[in-house]
Write a protein that binds this ligand. Sequence first.
Ligand code: LLP
Length: 417
Amino acid sequence: GRGFYTGDDGYLYCDSLRVDDIRAQVKTSPFYLYSKDTIASNFAAYESALTGVESIIGYAVKANNNMFILRQLQAKGCGAVLVSGNELKLALLVGFEPEKIIFNGNGKLPEELAYAVRAGVLINVDSEFDYENIREAAAEVGQVAKVLLRINPDVDPQVHPYVSTGLANSKFGIRNSHLQWFLDRIKTESMVELVGLHSHLGSTITKVDIFRDAANIMCDFVERVRAEGFELKYLNIGGGLGIDYNHRGEVLPTPKDLIDTVRDLVARLGLVLVIEPGRSMVATSCALVNTVTGVKSNGNKNFIVIDGSMSTLIRPSLYDAYQHIQLTAPCTGKVENFDVVGPVCESADFLGKDRDLCTPDKGAGLVVLDAGAYCMTMASSYNLKMPPAEYWVDGDEVKLIRKAQTLDDVLAQFEGL
Ligand code: LLP
């Protein structure tokens, strides 16, 4: 399959199927549509980039937690990176091996940590109190906790501040000046074993030099920690590789470019490389498929109003993120400049601003591309616009892979109260 592309006939396709035919078939709108093959090829790109490198690919489940996608990745040998007890339970249910699971977060709860220790997954330590909670969980469960220290390397990922995590003022991780506290504690602690170091700089990173700088800094940390007598096994460089949201033909770094910047360093240190890709694994595999409700002008500005909204896909509203928008059928009207907006009662409810698009008819299909990461997982039911169904194209077939939420699900929350 080729993922999403415009065919010679001017229609949008997902793999071998016309998106308009899929719209006619599924009848619901909006919906998320995935190319199963694209997820497979994104994973394969990481796998082949890692040839000859002892490694764990920990897919960041927060990017997309659809169980069909998780099962597909798990079956290929992928690991999982999790940030809540529920994500951890889901990953174990799907069958991810505990040795390939990493539990992350700056506010892990005591009961979540007890669960993680019992499951035998790797745990990233974020702070002093987090360390104390991990130690207590290990004592309570009666099992040694295997931990990595999450270092804040103070490297600028040059991305939107909301998705930047490794700068000195970030809420995540341990600063250099605090490191000794952890080393002194763990040295005398029998229930906590330090097995590695972790860093995560941020998301949507488009320059691999940034990963190289961070890896060099982490290399110094590894040497310092080893000099204190710890036998480290893992270097976890986090996730964060960006994708080409702009569709302007820019050349962006690939998984291979990323791995090649750290390959020698990891080999020299004799460490197992852990990576935590989310976006670059799933974003390109999906489009949010909407239906045009109508077109309006207020005298100053033209609007295409669709049935999808900030409830369905919040990245443009929240991060001012650009996601490419196109119509599913060839142009028959006049090209104009539009804001593409939803029906939610907020001016922040837009999917795209100032887009040159063909004036669509009522009922036309309009897609927001690159919607596989942080779109469905961030959907809400604001205005009671419920998170929609998900489908994927598998060979020549369209399959429902998640049911839409409904008003009945909301009503059920009040039943019997
Ligand atoms: N590891 C850690 C510790 C993380 O915090 C994240 C993402 C990842 C890995 C995966 O990063 P990725 O490869 O997906 O860039 N909602 C935002 C993105 C938030 C990212 C949070 N952390 C967005 O829609 O752009």
